[in-house]
Write a protein that binds this ligand. Structure first.
Ligand SMILES: Cc1cc2nc3c(=O)[nH]c(=O)nc-3n(C[C@H](O)[C@H](O)[C@H](O)COP(=O)(O)OP(=O)(O)OC[C@H]3O[C@@H](n4cnc5c(N)ncnc54)[C@H](O)[C@@H]3O)c2cc1C
Length: 312
């Protein structure tokens, strides 16, 4: 493997692979570093209905097509977890070394695009991962349509949870909003609107302690916080809406992060450090979807190419 690249990209999700496409077409040498599988989060969905011009495409197919497109331009993938990025400022232009969990993989690049995405905050129940894609979802907009005329639960108390409830209530039979307290972080108007709907029921001071069903989710176990009384609730879907965790811990101190750990960046996807750009769910922004991830990838790569060209 070559050791010095024009651009190293951390994360081969939709954002990272799109950035690779743009950089490769600008004739830059590019290495994509991926700790798991190219594709990222979108691999978790069976069907994408909201990406323009590709209705019904599965997440796996989307990822495979994008990966083939990158490979068609001779993009290189390396499978390693980036744990640290260091800078060598002694040269006339900065060089960045990417340290990984594989001692044989520590490339140096003249510019870096950070695209490590974000991870869902989980309930942390032992059986949770088994039901992902089989009843448990972290995205009502993405997966809600699969639960038409069924009963579902949403767990959370913030705006995302309430938006999920209002969205789902349009076409599911019943939505239970499960909240571990009786307080809401969501806007009051959203809570009031949800309370006014006939097919929405609020279950407050209640926690979810178990999930059951085979092969798909059939019921969840609830426990009231005050009395520890348990009961089971038959639902086909559970939307966990307790926030996301950016996968940016390895970047602390290297680029500016906001209080929740998202990368601070400008409209041009420039981070606080010259030569380092970011794209996708890792950065602070309003909408975390494929459309915005690929848009960021295009912007970050275009800006990284301009940065490199300005130095030569
Ligand atoms: C179940 C589900 C369904 C969804 N459905 C839709 C939908 O229908 N439509 C839509 O528009 N959006 C949907 N989304 C949202 C969409 O998938 C994301 O917004 C988008 O994929 C984000 O892309 P990304 O490249 O920024 O991040 P990610 O997809 O998270 O990719 C980041 C990649 O970086 C890798 N990585 C992380 N840290 C490191 C590291 N340190 N070193 C090396 N590699 C690293 C990860 O393994 C991952 O592959 C869905 C999300 C989920 C979870």
């Amino acid at each position: 493997m070559k050791k010095l690249y024009d651009i190293a990209i951390v994360g081969a999700g939709a954002a990272g692979m799109t950035a690779a496409l743009y950089a490769l077409r600008a004739k830059k040498s590019v290495l994509l570093l991926e700790k798991l599988t190219p594709g990222g989060q979108i691999l978790k969905t069976h069907k994408i209905d909201n990406f323009p011009a590709t209705p019904g495409l599965s997440g796996a197919e989307f990822a495979q097509r994008l990966r083939s497109q990158v490979e068609g331009f001779s993009g290189q993938f390396s499978y390693a977890n980036v744990v640290k990025i260091t800078t060598d400022d002694s040269a006339s232009a900065p060089l960045f070394r990417l340290e990984t969990d594989d001692p044989d993989v520590s490339p140096v690049a003249r510019s870096v695009i950070l695209a490590p995405g974000s991870a869902e905050r989980k309930l942390d129940l032992p059986e949770e991962s088994r039901f992902i894609g089989h009843g448990v979802s972290y995205c009502a907009t993405c997966d809600g349509a699969f639960f038409r005329d069924k009963s579902v639960a949403v767990y959370g108390a913030g705006n995302t949870a309430l938006y999920s409830v209002l969205y789902l209530a349009n076409f599911v039979k019943k939505v239970y909003l499960v909240n571990h307290s009786s307080r809401y972080k969501a806007d009051k108007s959203l809570v009031e609107k949800a309370r006014s709907l006939d097919n929405v029921e609020f279950l407050e001071n209640t926690e979810i302690t178990a999930l059951a069903g085979a092969p798909s989710l059939k019921e969840i176990t609830l426990k009231t916080v005050d009395s520890a009384k348990t009961s089971s609730l038959p639902v086909s879907g559970l939307f966990v809406s307790i926030g996301r965790i950016p996968d940016n811990a390895f970047l602390k101190g290297f680029v500016d992060l906001d209080s929740q750990g998202y990368i601070e960046s400008s409209e041009s996807c420039q981070t606080s450090r010259p030569g380092i750009f970011c794209a996708g769910d890792c950065r602070k922004k309003l909408v975390n979807q494929l459309t915005t991830a690929v848009a960021d990838g295009a912007v970050a790569a275009t800006q990284a190419v301009a940065f490199l060209n300005s130095q030569s």
